[in-house]
Design a protein around this ligand. Structure first.
Ligand code: PLP
Length: 361
């Protein structure tokens, strides 16, 4: 960790140190080719090997079956907000579970292409929880159901997939928790995630989707916005984010070295427990998400006396605990502790918060 500090940023976020070391070397010379990964043609054999490896490792890590395509797309998760309805809504109705700002943005984009039925929402309680199944109200024949599996801003997370009506496609924005725990990919028709939290650098979006679902997408779309293009061209219709794909491959290899998604989940649960246990016992701090909906990725918390919060953030930053300021729309503090965030950093945060509490309680 020489010269590096603990980075609690919500994204772009901390990456595994061995991955950064390998990437450093590959920027200079990819696999003994004498050319760095940033400089290789995306059509050449060296990058083709990188792409093959990244796809194979995504499949291995996620248990992605042959029925599903693995795509590396541009435009961030925000492009998926409109690419999904553009392909699959076609003037019909889609059901959205509204669990935060990112869901709201997805809903706003979908409304450009058809009707949106909000099947459940936690907006009235400031998105402090995931609505339970008893509150899910599906429309008569939705084109698909869309959920946001982890709400990066509010620190809430679905514990399992919603029970959607039989035959209705399930679409998920998993930007901030994909591959942080085992995932039953075959339950989903399309899952997307901007890479910059658990998967790699900003600039590439991982899309895993059932091929026969993608085949049903609208026909008269701009070439880049049709999923079929990217399936047919293996994410190589245009020049993809070659470096992003390379790093995703390395992150996948790192996940496997750690023991795969079961090990990731255990590690993430242990880290989050340390922080939530502290918050539950604290007289100065409190978590903002309801206990049954707490995210293992983004732990959101506040001071009972909110005027102390700027001091918490400033003193933490001075101690090498960076990126704790909550999202500008909600304030407070947020510790993003994705896969690569080290357990020692969570311990360091709790030590600091405990000290701060002693000084101010
Ligand atoms: C859950 C979620 N969805 C979507 C986005 C937007 O992603 P992008 O910036 O890649 O468009 C974010 C970004 O933080 C997010 O957390």
């Amino acid at each position: 960790m020489t010269g590096r500090i603990y980075n609690f940023s919500s994204g772009p976020a901390v990456l595994p140190e061995p991955v950064l070391r390998r990437a450093q070397a590959a920027i200079w010379d990819l696999d003994g080719t004498g050319i760095g990964v940033l400089e290789h043609s995306h059509r050449g054999p060296a990058f083709t090997a990188v792409l093959d490896r990244a796809e194979a490792l995504v499949r291995e890590v996620g248990g992605v079956p042959a029925s599903h395509a693995v795509l590396f797309l541009p435009g961030g998760a925000s492009t998926q907000f409109f690419q999904v309805p553009m392909n699959f809504l076609g003037g019909g109705t889609a059901d959205y579970c509204c669990t935060g700002v990112w869901s709201q943005k997805a809903i706003a984009e979908a409304r450009r292409f058809g009707a949106v039925h909000v099947a459940c929402s936690s907006e009235v309680t400031d998105f402090d929880h995931i609505p339970p199944p008893s509150e899910h109200r599906w429309s008569a024949a939705p084109a698909y159901v869309h959920v946001t599996s982890n709400n990066t801003i509010y620190g809430t997370q679905w514990t399992r997939e919603p029970e959607v009506p039989p035959g209705v496609p399930l679409v998920c924005d998993a930007s901030s928790d994909l591959f942080s725990r085992p995932i039953a990919i075959d339950r989903y028709d399309l899952v997307y995630a901007g890479a910059q939290k658990n998967l790699g650098p900003a600039g590439v979006t991982l899309v895993i989707a059932r091929k026969d679902f993608l085949e049903r997408g609208a026909r008269d779309l701009p070439t880049m916005l049709s999923y079929r293009t990217h399936v047919a061209e293996r994410s190589m219709y245009n020049t993809p984010s070659t470096f992003g794909i390379y790093v995703i491959g390395e992150v996948m290899a790192w996940i496997l070295e750690q023991g795969g998604l079961t090990a990731m989940a255990a590690r993430n649960q242990a880290k989050a427990r340390v922080l939530y246990d502290f918050l539950d016992d604290s007289r100065l701090f409190h978590g903002t998400a309801r206990a049954d909906s707490r995210s293992l990725m983004n732990v959101t918390f506040r001071c009972r006396d909110t005027s102390l919060e700027p001091a918490v953030i400033a003193q933490a930053t001075a101690r090498g605990l960076d990126g704790l300021k909550g999202h500008r729309s909600v304030g407070g503090m947020r510790a993003s502790i994705y896969n690569a965030f080290p357990p020692a950093g969570v311990d360091a945060l709790v030590d600091f918060l405990r000290e701060f509490e002693r000084a101010h309680a």
